[in-house]
Write a protein that binds this ligand. Sequence first.
Ligand SMILES: [Zn+2]
Ligand SMILES: [Zn+2]
Ligand SMILES: [Zn+2]
Length: 341
Amino acid sequence: MAEGFNELRWNPLLGAWVIVSSKRRGRPWRSGECPFCPGAPETGFGWRVLTLDNRYPALRPDARTSRASRGLYEVKPGYGYCKVIVESPQHEGDLSDLPFDDLKLYVGELIRVTRELCADPNVQHVIPFRNKGEVIGVSLTHPHSQVYALPFVPPRVAREMESMRRHWEERGECLLCSILRLELEEGERLLYGNGSFVSFLPFFAMWPYEVHVYPRRHFGSLCEMSAQEVEDLADALKVITAMYNSLFDFSLPYMMVFHQRPCRVEAEYFHFHVEFYPVHRERDKLKYAAGIEWGAWTFTYDSLPEEKAAELRQALLRGLASLGARGYRARGAPLGGGKVD
Ligand SMILES: [Zn+2]
Ligand SMILES: [Zn+2]
Ligand SMILES: [Zn+2]
């Protein structure tokens, strides 16, 4: 039985759904007690990675609406799922701290959850993401990610898809494969590469320390990864987060998002990738999506991406050293740094 209301309201100005959920009842977490630690009421014991239902889901399969549609004002049930993936039985840490075998389990769980949620014919898109740090509003420090299963393709993914489709039709090749080739050619924004993935700060970054992780092979979703690619993605996530945590003298907050093709669109032109958006622009300054960024959807970048990439490359070396000191041998190596004329 749904508590409260979960609905989608159509924003006719932007052509986008807003997910609305009213105050949800339910017992709050008892303060001081971590809901994700082993032995908590919903977790039990004996797991390395665990998927839970979000206790306060924005979307739910038994959603009910607070009102009917009226003219331009369209309302639909907020159908869908909100899952939490608890990444480790350890209470603290980042992806860089997870044992490699657990990171592989984590990637495997993202695949399993994507497949399971896409099997619901009313789900159009599955988007896993990870918010880290109090400045991003995350108070629960126990390492966890979230997965939203949406009844629509979200605008950002739809926009990327449209660009990829157009490039595919006009140029006969994949947009991300083309971007990857350019990044490999120019070299100066490259960070890390292993057998299957390349990580770089893109030419067109919007956040100062934004990093994209692209698979070298062209495929569209988490579910299409080979065992080797699962391993190499786990390695890339470990190394990139170690790099971030070596950038300053604190554990760096970030958002991490997996962009994959929608559940029910063939979209052979879609190239799976991961995007990281840290919100710092300097050690003690945050980058806000403020007036021009949010009001105009136009980002300003207050330095050169090539300069930030050089900073990140130094942090990468420190990150790899700290992983090495903890007994981890990275599957790949730092890339790039060369300047193109
Ligand atoms: Zn905990
Ligand atoms: Zn591609
Ligand atoms: Zn993307």
